[in-house]
Ligand binder design. Structure first.
Ligand SMILES: Nc1nc2c(ncn2[C@@H]2O[C@H](COP(=O)(O)OP(=O)(O)OP(=O)(O)O)[C@@H](O)[C@H]2O)c(=O)[nH]1
Ligand SMILES: [Mg+2]
Length: 273
């Protein structure tokens, strides 16, 4: 059983990503995918139901922190994912905890909220195999901020004696954005070296290379193999931007599975989802 945590700044797409995973069983018949997802617990099944509204119709997804007052309010989602590799199949079991973005952001200046330390302790417990770190901005100044926040995160890893044995999948989310899409094929070089070099260096200086990988993810994807127009619509909602799928019957998320597969097995998959 792979315990994975998902962290990243507010609105980086964490919950949407998990909702998309949870929704996969409902559309497995759609195409000959290289993977199959099964949802294992009730929270995950409820998330799949929500996914219908969130992803397909753009109902606004409440930020994860709104309903969190104790650590037990945090949803735990569990999945079994079958990954086809040639003629064989690998099964991975995943238990994923979805944290609110505040946890990540407040690392920078420290937080007086005792819950946050509790979250950190749980995030870096010995039975956690890896963290999926979703980053999303790349405009001026962001690299600095991410880099500082991740330094604090690494300090926490040290404190919890996890700096040598916790895998980190560092992901650029929403990569269907025009400036990022061409970089998805080699995200380490074409996204992180270009847009977030300091962040990358901070991580590389502290984390053994076997435990560090870079990925690109787009939960919405683009319109087609030869049609790089984003398959999503953006709307201004009451609290900022809201995105949802543009053509639901052409939904092909990009990079959904490979970071999870690596986090849980330490092996990479060649193809992309
Ligand atoms: N363009 C684009 N937008 C996305 C993608 N995934 C999620 N979003 C949008 O990003 C916004 C925030 O998504 P959430 O999943 O709520 O983000 P979160 O990281 O869980 O945020 P917190 O719970 O506040 O930490 C929503 O409007 C989503 O529709 C994506 O792949 N591409
Ligand atoms: Mg969330």
């Amino acid at each position: 059983m792979g315990n994975i945590r998902v962290i990243g700044p507010r609105s980086s797409g964490k919950t949407t990503y998990l909702a998309a995973l949870a929704y996969q069983p409902a559309r497995n018949h759609h195409q000959n995918q290289n993977f199959q997802v099964h949802t294992l617990n009730d929270d995950t099944k409820q998330l799949a139901e929500k996914a219908e509204n969130i992803i397909m119709e753009g109902a606004s997804l409440e930020p994860t922190n709104n309903y969190v007052t104790t650590i037990d309010d945090l949803r735990v989602y569990s999945f079994q994912i079958e990954v086809k590799k040639g003629f064989s199949q690998d099964k991975i079991n995943l238990v994923v905890r979805d944290y609110p973005g505040e946890i990540f952001e407040e690392l920078e200046h420290g937080s007086s909220n005792p819950l946050h330390q509790e979250f950190m302790d749980e995030c870096l417990a010995k039975d956690v195999t890896g963290c999926l770190i979703l980053l999303t901005e790349w405009k001026q100044g962001t690299d600095r901020t991410y880099s500082r926040v991740l330094k604090r995160f690494i300090d926490q890893m040290d404190k919890h004696e996890r700096s040598q044995d916790l895998r980190l999948a560092v992901v650029m989310s929403k990569c269907e954005r025009g400036e990022l899409w061409p970089g998805r094929l080699d995200p380490e070089i074409d996204l992180f070296d270009v847009h977030l070099p300091e962040t990358k260096k901070t991580l590389q200086d502290a984390i053994p290379s076997k435990n560090l990988n870079f990925y690109a993810l787009s939960t919405f994807g683009v319109l087609g193999r030869n049609n790089p127009r984003p398959n999503r619509v953006e709307e201004m909602g009451a609290d900022g931007k809201n995105s949802f799928l543009r053509e639901t019957n052409r939904w092909r998320p990009y990079g959904l599975i490979s970071p999870l597969y690596w986090l849980s097995t330490g092996k990479r998959i060649k193809y992309e989802s």
